[in-house]
Design a protein around this ligand. Structure first.
Ligand code: NCD
Ligand code: ZN
Length: 442
């Protein structure tokens, strides 16, 4: 049968259905009719096709609100096609892609070009984030109402912090009337310039310049002050320090409209990973200390940090081979996000499976305002991920779908794997060897 078929009635049979949005965690069937969820419950009518989910978790499609698809301009690293194929392979049904492309997504034409490419060739939903400032140069705010009307899901100069206080104020002022979501990459350039790993022990040991953790917290503190003056929807990208978690916690306690994400690698690795993985463990913000990692985990579990993102940032092997000092910042993450998070959070008892699905699906949907996603509620789009929580495997560089393989988890033993990914009821990924789960009743 053709797994891509979407019309008619599909029953995903006898999986462990986990939908935190409806407090569901039980073995049951999920019925999909013409690309939408009809019900979670024993399938009544005879379906056109069935998917055997025995032994698998069936949950709302995972959503990654921070990825770099590199198109236009970085096609040797990733394309919309390869990046979304990697996303579907990792269980993601939707991604928000960052605007630090060449040229940057700072105008309606470039935004439309990305949306057009996604429409014709993407394997999951793609929500472009537009730049906050023209050329991501930190000087002139973009035309937010026009970009938002054309489909920008949020605004960010990700990759660069918005240093100039005056421009930051202007960006916040422009976001407010159009209710735009701002995503800040918090990094004060003067405190990070020249650095390639966290400031401290490892930087000293390697004899390289460090990135001061205050580069993150000073910008975050400044932004929270701006929010106090006049609120806008504000989201902190890749929180990495204990003090940043505290700042977000206090901001939320005050009632500020702040949300935050933490990346999988900042939950799983300390700065020591740089010693083993070299440039494949080099990213912004850098991997931090054990205390920072513990604070990020705690913050995620207690709701201070809302969600997990990958910050999937593909770079060519050639660029990463330039050595720690000269290699670009960034690591891929779409295909390892689920198993690494599962290992760090669920296997250790910090979160239950529903808690992890909440952080990887329901919360990103809420922050991005995708009310039809992050849920298996009747009537919503059938974006569904099926996961094998017991699959045990070792990550090898050549097994990645992504065009790049700059992962700090190469060689790591992982537990858990995506088996199938359905977007609007259409199967966009089936793991090798699992095709037999798809059947047409004879
Ligand atoms: C990102 C990239 O390569 O585009 N790199 C990274 O280290 N995270 C930019 C970013 O998200 O800061
Ligand atoms: Zn960033």
């Amino acid at each position: 049968m053709d797994p891509r078929q979407s019309q008619g009635r599909t029953v995903i049979r006898a999986g462990r259905v986990i939908d935190p949005s409806q407090s569901i965690d039980r073995v049951d069937d999920v019925t999909i009719v013409d690309g939408r969820i009809e019900s979670v419950g024993p399938a009544a009518e005879r379906p056109d096709r069935t998917i055997d989910a025995g032994g698998l978790i069936v949950c709302p499609g995972l959503i990654d609100m921070h990825v770099h698809l590199r198109e236009p301009g970085g096609e040797e690293q990733e394309t919309i096609e390869t990046g979304t194929r990697a996303a579907a392979g990792g269980g993601f049904t939707a991604v928000a892609c960052m605007p630090n492309t060449k040229p940057p997504i700072d105008n309606v034409d470039t935004l439309r070009a990305v949306l057009d490419k996604a429409r014709s060739g993407a394997h999951c939903r793609v929500y472009p984030v537009a730049a906050m400032t023209v050329g991501q140069r930190g000087q002139v705010p973009v035309d937010m109402p026009a970009l938002k009307a054309a489909g920008a899901i949020a605004f960010s100069d990700d990759g660069i912090g918005l240093d100039d206080d005056r421009v930051a104020r202007a960006v916040f002022d422009r976001a407010r009337p159009c209710d735009a979501l701002l995503i800040q990459h918090c990094e004060v350039a003067a405190l990070s310039a020249g650095g390639c790993v966290n400031q401290g022990r490892i930087a000293e040991q390697l004899g390289v310049a460090g990135i001061d953790p205050r580069a993150e917290t000073e910008m975050l503190a400044r932004d929270l002050d701006l929010l106090r003056g006049s609120p806008v929807r504000y989201h902190v990208a890749h929180v990495s320090t204990e003090r940043a978690v505290d700042l977000v916690r206090r901001g939320k306690a005050e009632g500020l409209p702040v949300t935050a994400e933490v990346t999988v690698h900042h939950l799983a690795l300390t700065e020591d990973a740089v010693l083993r993985q070299g440039a494949n463990a080099k990213m912004k913000p850098p991997l931090r200390t054990e205390a920072d990692v513990a604070a990020c985990r705690r913050g995620l579990c207690d709701g201070t940090i809302d969600c997990i993102a990958t910050d999937h940032a593909p770079h060519t092997a050639e660029a990463k081979e330039r050595g720690l000092r000269d290699a670009p910042f960034g690591v891929v993450g779409l295909e390892t996000a689920w198993p690494v998070s599962w290992g760090v959070l669920v296997e250790t008892g910090r979160l239950d499976p529903a808690g992890l699905i909440d952080r990887m699906s329901c919360q990103p949907a809420r922050i991005l305002g995708l009310s039809d996603q992050g849920t298996l509620a009747a009537g919503t789009v059938a974006d569904v991920t099926m996961l094998d929580a017991t699959a045990s495997w070792v990550l090898s560089a050549n097994s990645l779908i992504s065009k790049s393989n700059n992962s700090p988890f190469i060689g790591r033993h992982l537990v858990g794997r995506c088996v199938a990914t359905l977007v609007a009821g259409v199967c966009r990924y089936v793991a090798e060897g699992s095709e037999g789960r798809f059947a047409q009743p004879g």
